[in-house]
Design a binder for this molecule. Structure first.
Ligand SMILES: *Cc1c(COP(=O)(O)O)cnc(C)c1O
Length: 385
């Protein structure tokens, strides 16, 4: 019988890193700046809802921070993704190339439109969509007809590709952009987890047609709940604003609408929280990166565990730290021992192709994806101030 590994050294290290609390959570938000002040301002001025100065300010500041031409707020990262796909021309029965190694929101968003995911493998170096695997799948399965990409086997149009910057680590996004361009596929980035993360100095979410960020409570900065779309195309951004605000034609008293619209606009109180959080984002990322280097240093001396470090050419926000258990049968033991001892850890999400809604979707074998699913565990990653 195999001897169960003893993770007590690792557990002590993590506990100490976070000040020997009885319970060390995975990731909790920090409100150390102007949050209360800005929220109070919303209440005092009565501008708590869909109109108010913080909404515009948050959009402008995120655009400036990310280098996007325009940013448009939403009430969640999931609907930012939904809108991003719609604005990229994805329609019912189209196919969308994406990762099986992602949070459910990526696939839910494309399903709202009636599109179908095709799951392509990730890179071992990034945990995100592999440009080589995407290219390989396209060479084998795709044909271009009248400037559009089609899956030869299903006859469906392949309209978009959605890489996800897993746990904040950038994918090889410039190579993905090149493959997408070659095959006339729109690139939509799920940058929900990667605010502050850059690839070759350029902010994630700004490489494709649209990029979607999340400000859910567990992300690097939060608005309570919220999302943002990043655009390089100002006209498309203006249209995004229009359809996420009920597609109302601006007028002082008339209620006229020229399109099916959505009520996806972020309330001012959430944007107020976002403005305050953004002021501290670089500080939070610096803290996260410091924690990550402490982990990297510690795990160098632990034989059976590898700490995942940011890929080449990347600056990662290290949203959630990742360890890779070298023995693929060790995952349950590690989860049990850490959680039993007050250190919160969890495995990577159940792969999308293993969920009942997506189990019949096409995939390319997902070799690295399955390798990660068997070995990855997230360990505590909260900002320390
Ligand atoms: C958090 C997250 C989302 C969705 O964001 P919400 O704001 O929770 O709707 C989408 N994709 C990924 C990969 C995420 O981690």
């Amino acid at each position: 019988m195999a001897v169960m590994a003893d993770y007590s050294k690792t557990i002590s290290f993590i506990k100490e890193l976070y000040g020997n609390q009885e319970f060390t959570p995975l990731s909790v938000p920090v409100f150390a700046g102007n949050e209360k002040k800005y929220l109070e301002e919303c209440i005092d001025t009565t501008f708590v809802s869909s109109v108010g100065k913080f909404v515009d300010r948050f959009e402008e500041e995120i655009a400036r921070y990310t280098g996007a031409k325009k940013a448009v707020v939403c009430v969640s990262g999931t609907n930012a993704l939904h809108m991003s796909l719609m604005l990229s021309g994805v329609e019912r029965d189209d196919e969308v190339l994406t990762q099986a190694l992602t949070f459910i929101a990526t696939c839910n968003a494309l399903s709202y439109i009636g599109a179908h995911p095709v799951f392509i493998d990730v890179d071992r170096s990034t945990m995100g969509l592999s440009p080589d695997a995407v290219k390989q799948w396209l060479v084998k399965n795709a044909e271009i007809r009248k400037g559009e990409c089609f899956n030869k086997n299903t006859g469906r149009r392949v309209k978009a590709c959605v890489p996800m910057h897993t746990f904040g680590h950038p994918v090889r996004i410039d190579e993905l952009a090149a493959v997408c361009e070659e095959y006339h596929i729109e690139l939509v980035e799920d940058a929900a987890e990667s605010i502050g993360s850059r690839y070759k100095g350029k902010h994630t979410g700004t490489f494709g047609k649209v990029g979607a960020i999340s400000f859910n409570g567990n992300k690097t900065i939060t608005t309570g709940g919220g999302g943002m779309m990043l655009f390089n195309d100002e006209e498309l951004a203006a249209y995004a604003k229009h359809i996420t605000t009920q597609a109302k034609i601006p007028h002082r008293w008339e209620f006229r609408h020229d399109h099916i619209g959505y009520n996806y606009r972020m309330p001012n109180i959430n944007a107020a929280l976002g403005c305050a959080q953004l002021e501290n984002l670089d500080k939070y990322i610096a803290s996260k990166r410091e924690t990550a280097s402490a982990y990297a240093e510690f795990f160098k001396n632990i034989d059976d565990i590898e700490f995942f470090v940011e890929p080449e050419n990347s600056f990662s926000n290290y949203w959630l730290n990742v360890v890779i258990l070298k023995d693929k049968d060790a995952q349950v033991d590690f989860l049990q021992q850490t959680n039993d001892n007050g250190v919160m850890t969890r495995p990577i999400w159940e792969l999308m192709n293993r969920l009942p809604m997506f189990e019949n979707c096409e995939n390319d074998g997902l070799k690295n994806t399955i390798w990660f699913a068997d070995r990855v565990v997230n360990i505590p990653s909260s900002v320390k101030l």
